[in-house]
Design a protein around this ligand. Sequence first.
Ligand code: OOG
Ligand code: NI
Length: 272
Amino acid sequence: MTDTAANWQPLFNSLWQQYLAVTPSALPIHELLRQQAANGQIVNDHIALRTFNLAPVNLAQLAAPFEALGYRAAGDYQFIAKKLQAKHFEHPDPLAPKVFISELLVDQFSPWLQQQVSHLIAQLPEDFTASPNWVSAGRPWSIDKETYQQLIAESEYAGWLAAWGYRANHFTVSINQLNNNPPLASINDQLLQVGYSLNTAGGLIKGSPAELLEQSSTLADRVACEFSDGKAEIASCFYEFAKRYPQSNGELYSGFVAASADKIFESTHQAK
Ligand code: OOG
Ligand code: NI
């Protein structure tokens, strides 16, 4: 993969621009860390996308445009309490971010939630998934504020997805690629010092060197979202920081840790 153009880059460029548009903290944080990056370049460890387990937008269908670019499934994760499942995907190009895709197990929720989600899916244009660009289409259905609030009350994930749709809900800076591979705690300290709020669910740092992965994240920004009955300020997207440790074969661990991911999901919860 050294002599061919990085075919995955255009899609990630559009996901990045789409993410920046609703995540005002992302660019300043990116710039702050870029000054500490080898070659002045941030490397993304992964991005994450969310969906419902319903055709034509379920996990397998959302993965297809990435698989067409050479991504392959590399890990399965279950989140029983949140009623979610996920897979992560890897690309042979080591510079390509991993992709973490989860889906809400809609059938495990109340009849009311199931009905609301079917209303959303019923609004999709017939050819919605025909172009691979649907993974960055944003919200392809309309929804009002009250329905959003009621979805949030039953599942924060369902509400977030209903409001924001198809986009990266976070990008993740690879801490290993910063100068001197700093401790994750020193990155957290810097961000706290400049005034960013970090996700404290499960502690500031999720995971451990023994689990071969440490992660932290900001709390999602709050920005105006356009609902069918007007704008409201709600939680949008967040930024994550990941530090990986070598396995016994010397290669960095490339998977995820379900117990940590469970807490990372909460980065988009509404401030209480
Ligand atoms: C994904 C949460 C999991 C990680 O790094 O463990 C995750 C999400 O919030 O959609 O990204
Ligand atoms: Ni993540």
